[in-house]
Design a binder for this molecule. Structure first.
Ligand code: NAD
Ligand code: ADE
Length: 419
């Protein structure tokens, strides 16, 4: 079996960690049980470009039990857990192409290896597999049934493709499901980003000025957790609505040019390019810690930082020290500017990925069931599916909701009853 991973002997450790994660993924487990009986993906080749983590392993096992042939590569050069890659190859016989720390060339070679399997459904986190298929391997398009997309940045890219009429098969925006972004982006990124910063630096957040760039779903989560650890949170935004929300949530709001002068920690979560630039690095305090948790490593202008620096060195794992020519200040960049929660920590906790990947598994089934009937665009997870995942999650957590009485149903459907 073709594969490219770091070390097959890590499989034992990988299997134990996958087992541990699976204990917190009850909704995916229910889907796995049904898939094992019904085999809804029988004989379908699935190409996955996802962060290779313990949670992704549970998804792979679910899809495989459902009858699919699964091929997996990484959706980021620095997010692979090598022991998980080994376990999937050795135990599950899943071809995995992913090595933590691979360079860009190898990253795209690995994507090509998955494409060589001629996937009929693609599953992306950031749209690199789909976009490589469209641009470099268009001869494969005719056999693709559809795809799914995990993250905000991927959905934005795909919508741009659809707008340009460049998208050649339908894609479900898993990110846009309520049971995905409300929880994964907010609580998952919130906890795991702080986890990544703390594991990389072992610095105290309490009493620090903690700058969060972007107050979307991820930014809200990170701001809340940083405040919970005692940081004085400062939010930077370009959208007045989000800025207002941050202000009323109790945070300071100011432009990056101002925040740069006082911040101790900086995290970007915008999905945008060059949010922190040389003009910002130059005015930072010596010792400032800067990282990104948005999808791509473009949010920090690192080539720009290198140009205004005269010395750089790795001072500890995932921490690079840049010394500025102008003033000798030291700026610390974490995880090469790649998403810090997956580079220096283990990504979102399993309990939250349970819902994200329940959406992915059901979305793949939906794409197949509706083969040839879906429009050539990016469309949402069906609302019924989204609500069912929420119901199952709540049930698994041991909580119940109230039910509408007959009188309430009637009242909510009426217009004539006032005061
Ligand atoms: P979102 O659209 O909800 O929020 C992004 C926010 O950034 C918006 O409010 C926008 O106004 C703001 N913004 C844009 N440009 C800005 C700038 N120059 N300065 C300040 N603010 C700016 O998106 P989201 O769901 O929060 O996702 C953000 C990024 O995180 C995306 O790249 C997404 O793919 C990624 N993501 C990462 C993880 C992870 O595990 N680290 C998880 C989910 C999403
Ligand atoms: N994205 C963020 N956290 C993740 C995780 N634990 N597994 C897969 N993808 C992720």
């Amino acid at each position: 079996m073709n594969h490219d991973i770091k070390d097959l002997t890590l499989a034992g450790k990988g299997n134990d960690r996958i087992e541990w994660a699976a204990q917190s993924m009850p909704v995916l487990e229910l889907i796995k049980q049904r898939f094992s009986e019904e085999k809804p993906l029988k004989g379908i080749r699935l190409g996955l470009c996802l962060h290779v983590t313990t949670e992704t392993a549970s998804l792979c096992r679910t899809l495989k039990v459902g009858g699919a042939e699964v091929f997996l590569c990484a959706s980021n050069p620095l997010s692979t857990q090598d022991d998980v890659a080994a376990a999937l190859v050795k135990t599950d016989k899943i071809p995995v192409f992913a090595i933590k720390g691979e360079d860009n060339t190898v990253y795209y070679q690995h994507i090509t290896s998955v494409l060589d399997a001629k996937p009929q459904i693609t599953m992306d986190d950031g749209a690199d597999l789909l976009s490589t298929l469209h641009t470099k391997r268009p001869e494969l398009l005719s056999q693709v049934i559809g795809g799914t997309e995990e993250t905000t940045t991927g959905v934005i890219r795909l919508k741009a493709m659809a707008q340009d009429q460049a998208l050649k098969y339908p894609v479900i925006a898993v990110n846009d499901a309520m049971t995905k972004h409300l929880f994964d982006n907010r609580y998952g990124t919130g906890q795991s980003t702080l986890d990544g910063i703390i594991r990389a630096t072992n610095r105290l957040i309490a009493g620090s000025n903690f700058v969060v760039a972007g107050y979307g779903w991820c930014g809200r989560g990170v701001a809340r957790r940083a405040a919970g650890l005692g940081g004085r949170v400062i939010v930077t935004e370009i959208d007045p609505l989000k800025a207002l929300e941050a202000l009323m949530d109790g945070y300071e709001v100011m432009p990056m040019a101002q925040a740069a002068k006082i911040g101790d920690f900086f995290v970007t979560l915008t999905g945008n390019i060059n949010v922190i630039r040389p003009e910002h690095f130059k005015v930072m305090k010596s010792g400032a810690i800067v990282c990104n948790s948005g999808h791509f490593n473009v949010e920090l202008d690192l080539p720009g930082l290198a140009q205004i620096s005269n010395h750089r060195r790795e001072i500890r794992e995932f921490v690079e020290e840049f010394t500025l020519k102008e003033n000798g200040h030291k700026i610390y960049i974490l995880g090469e500017g790649r998403l810090i929660n997956l580079a220096a920590a283990e990504g979102h906790p399993s309990s939250v990925m349970d819902m994200s990947f329940a959406n992915q598994a059901l979305a793949a089934e939906y794409v197949l069931k509706n083969k040839g009937q879906l429009p050539l665009k990016v469309f949402p997870v069906p609302e019924k599916m989204d609500h069912e995942i929420a119901r199952l999650k709540l049930q698994a957590m041991g909580y119940k909701t109230d039910k509408l009485t007959k009188e309430q149903v009637k009242y909510l459907g009426s217009w004539d009853a006032g005061t």
